[in-house]
Design a protein around this ligand. Structure first.
Ligand SMILES: O=C(O)C[C@H](O)C(=O)O
Length: 505
């Protein structure tokens, strides 16, 4: 067997990270297509349509599916008889591949990794380092799993050590109910049961690399307790009615992947790692003959659909002339096409604004009566004004709501997922509104952005404050000026009565 070289690893991992930035896995596209076709909730169906249209556009344009191009998660399984021709630690080698992939000239990806995580949180600017796991296995080859995991779904990871007599399904279902929509459902749940605390977490993460096969599993019937558990969890989670983007609907998970391992007699560790609508992974084996080749999905894998019908009757809003009175007329769940100027800002910008206000320093921009979009876009390429620019999870900005609405006078916030109770109260008190764009439809959203310039905090990289000029940007009213919230009313409407899910199986 010829030697596997450092060049084979770097070229393959670089190509893998580029490939998954714009191609969803084929099984994911097909599962999302089936869920879209079956969905009865109009809001969830429309969100899934946008996810699918975005996915196809990304595949055609070779631009990222989501602005959160993720942190590189890599597992290398090295055959004990493989001949390796490299001298450096594998971490250094894969980090070089990450740098090359994320700083590509033709398809630059977003640098999301910050170093000094509990301190300065400076962006490493090249998305390195990767999160690497190495295993020694039988054989003479090296197998790689490469995924790009977004922050929104990673943040919803949960872990518990249950009493050995407790029900894993009860814990998972109860936990998913508390997660909100920041993980961008519909997606996949990875579950690790047993082992040690660290082993359970690795199993849950690695389970997400398995193909979606629930339709086959249902058709042939479960053969193991793990398969029974998967089906129970899928049905019970979908019965919660959370739906796409938490808007209320029938599909919250496309599949549940589960791994288990022997554990201590006193323990039942369970890890839950959700994967979002921008699920991205690919797998390859190096045998010394050269770098890996990847097989793209076929255009026929996407369903024929046009989401624009859903926006035909949408309210058109000019942000440049918007009044508070107009905002009070918006209905919860109403589709809106936004045009005009808006500001951007997310975690780091909010933190800095808070620090500047505390220090009595003047802010570089006025937010009064403006709309703020929580986004960290990908850098543009070619004739783009901005790269993919979908919403980030708004919940993280909840702690700044009073500052932004009451002190600084923001009129409209745009992001994704639900807001906390205090934020909803603040929105109602200030007669403001909260709008959502579809998480994971970032390339589609970016088509509505006609101009973009950084106007403050340039050192924050993708977290700098930009001013965008948008034309017909599709959003939905998630919290109206009176505090009615679709993330509460939607799932309530689509929740199946207790017991129906089990009976349906
Ligand atoms: O960082 C982002 O752009 C999004 C993040 O993945 C999120 O889902 O909140």
């Amino acid at each position: 067997m010829p030697a596997i070289t450092e060049r084979h690893v770097i070229d393959s991992v670089t190509d893998a990270l580029q490939f998954i930035s714009y191609y969803h896995p084929r099984d994911f596209i097909q599962a999302m297509g089936r869920a879209w076709a079956a969905e009865q909730s109009p809001a969830a169906k429309n969100a899934m349509a946008q996810i699918l249209v975005n996915s196809r556009m990304s595949a055609l344009g070779h631009r990222p599916i989501c602005q959160d191009t993720g942190v590189a998660n890599i597992t290398a399984r090295i055959g004990v008889r493989a001949e390796l021709e490299w001298d450096r630690p594998l971490q250094e080698i894969v980090d070089d591949a990450v740098r090359r992939a994320y700083r590509s000239d033709t398809n630059p990806l977003r640098a999301s990794v910050v170093a000094d995580p509990f301190g300065r949180r400076g962006n490493t600017a090249d998305n390195a380092p990767a999160m690497l796991h190495v295993e020694m296995v039988a054989g003479d080859r090296v197998k790689f799993d490469v995924s790009a995991k977004g922050g929104g779904s990673e943040n919803k990871t949960r872990f518990a050590v249950l009493n050995p007599s407790a029900s894993v399904a009860d814990w998972v279902v109860g936990t998913v109910e508390t997660l909100g929509a920041g993980w961008c459902p519909p997606g996949i749940l990875g579950i690790g049961v047993g082992g040690s605390v660290d082993k359970a977490m690795v199993m849950a993460k690695q389970a997400l690399n398995e193909p979606i096969d629930v339709t086959d599993l249902r058709a042939r019937g479960p053969r193991t307790p793990e398969e029974e558990l998967r089906l129970e969890i899928i049905d019970r989670v979908n019965a919660l009615g959370i739906g796409a983007q938490g808007l209320g609907g029938q599909t919250t998970v496309l599949d549940v992947k589960l791994r288990s391992f022997p554990t201590h007699a006193a323990s039942l560790p369970v890890a839950l790692v959700p994967n979002c609508a921008a699920t991205r992974h690919v797998h390859f084996t190096l045998d010394g003959t050269g770098p890996a080749q990847f097989d793209p999905p076929d255009l026929s894998d996407w369903p024929e659909l046009d989401f624009r019908d859903a926006w035909a009757g949408a309210r058109r809003v000019n942000l440049d002339t918007l009044t508070r009175k107009e905002i009070t007329e918006w209905q919860p769940g109403e589709a809106i096409l936004l045009s005009g100027h808006l500001l951007t800002g997310r975690d780091a910008a909010h933190r800095r604004i808070e620090q500047m206000l505390a220090a009595g320093e003047p802010l570089p921009v006025s937010f009064r009566d403006r709309a703020i979009y929580y986004v960290g876009p990908v850098d543009p390429v070619g004739d783009e004004v901005v790269g993919p620019a979908g919403p980030t999870t708004s919940t993280r900005m909840d702690r700044y709501t009073d500052m932004m609405l009451e002190k600084l006078g923001v009129a409209v916030m745009i992001g994704k997922a639900e807001r906390g109770e205090a934020t909803v109260d603040s929105i109602a008190r200030n007669r403001a509104a909260y709008l959502i764009a579809v998480g994971g439809a970032a390339y589609l959203v970016s088509q509505a952005i006609r101009e973009s310039r950084v106007i403050a905090f340039e050192d924050l990289g993708m977290e700098a404050i930009h001013e965008f000029v948008v034309k017909d940007m599709p959003v939905t009213v998630a919290v109206d000026a009176y505090g009615s919230a679709v993330h509460v009313t939607g799932p309530r409407q689509w929740r199946m009565p207790a017991g129906t899910a089990a009976a349906a199986r």
